[in-house]
Design a protein around this ligand. Structure first.
Ligand code: ZN
Length: 294
């Protein structure tokens, strides 16, 4: 049965890409929920351990923190401005946004462009992995990596924090997949994870000793460790160069477009995620063509 489906997809790749694109649009819609609600759930956890430790009440920063039974599934989606509940037909990825002309049905306030943007980005990137790997286990694993990287980037942009609950499982998954091995063998995965963590950790401490400032956080080390587990240590220099480049390009773009204050801290996680994703998919080819030019 499964083999028949895979065979059918191989015969008709365009059909496969279309199915993947539509499915990924829906998953992208869920990633919006994750990016919105996960930080609130994290704050609730911080607040509870804080109250446990100090034995005093801590005020909540975000709305929803004190809400009973708040998680990724409950309560049903609603407009953050007027509480108008979103019907299933108003929750179709991208299409609903276009049909509602980007405004809430209840109070006509603007719906953030983030929602269709995350949906389209998810669909596009997952489809690229489908084109790269074809209908295979490699594609499924690469799609999971892609989804997590998008969710983590969104959360890092929102609260300047990469949740352990996302970086660590993906690190373990990268190590487990190396047992097969799906992408790199176990020694490569272990070295990649360890050197990934240590390289940014040492940069962090050097930077802190020299300037007294903190340039990044421990979440960034874990993110590079997980990228190393999926790509092996040979890709780490490329990941660091690419993330610095995308950081410079996007950062400059943001300063030019938004007039963003240069001193405002920018999360490093999304740039690492972009670079790690590119190195995971095309790192070998980039390295080969780079070496061929010398
Ligand atoms: Zn509304």
């Amino acid at each position: 049965m499964l083999l028949d489906i895979i065979h059918g997809f191989e015969q008709n790749p365009f059909f496969f890409y279309t199915i993947v694109f539509i499915f990924a649009l829906c998953v992208g819609s869920f990633l919006n929920v994750v990016i919105h609600r996960f930080p609130i759930m994290m704050e609730r956890e911080f607040k509870e351990s804080c109250e446990d430790y100090f034995g005093t009440e801590c005020p909540a920063q975000q709305s929803g923190v004190d809400q009973e039974g708040f998680n990724l599934i409950k309560p049903a989606s609603c407009c953050p401005h007027c509480g108008h509940s979103i019907k299933p037909w108003q929750n179709i990825p991208v299409l609903s946004y276009l049909m509602l002309r980007g405004r809430c049905k209840g109070c006509k306030s603007k719906i953030s462009l983030q929602y269709p943007a995350v949906e389209l980005l998810t669909a596009a990137l997952v489809t690229v992995t489908a084109i790269e790997f074809g209908p295979s286990w490699g594609f499924l694993a690469a799609a999971v990596l892609t989804l997590y990287l998008i969710a983590m980037s969104g959360i890092d942009i929102k609260i300047q924090m990469l949740p352990d609950a996302m970086t660590l499982p993906l690190l373990w998954l990268g190590l487990l997949l190396s047992l097969k091995p799906l992408f790199v063998d176990p020694s490569q995965a272990i070295l990649g994870a360890t050197l990934g963590y240590l390289s940014l950790w040492s940069v962090y401490w050097l930077f802190k000793l020299v300037t007294g400032k903190e340039g990044m956080g421990y979440g960034d080390f874990k993110l590079l460790a997980l990228i190393g587990a999926w790509t092996g240590p040979s890709m780490l220099p490329l990941v660091i160069v690419l993330s610095a480049m995308s950081g410079a390009i996007l950062g400059l773009g943001l300063i030019l477009i938004q007039g963003r204050d240069k001193a405002q801290p920018m999360p490093f996680g999304p740039y690492l995620a972009i670079a790690g994703w590119i190195a995971f998919l095309w790192g070998d080819r980039i390295m080969d063509s780079y070496l061929a030019t010398f």
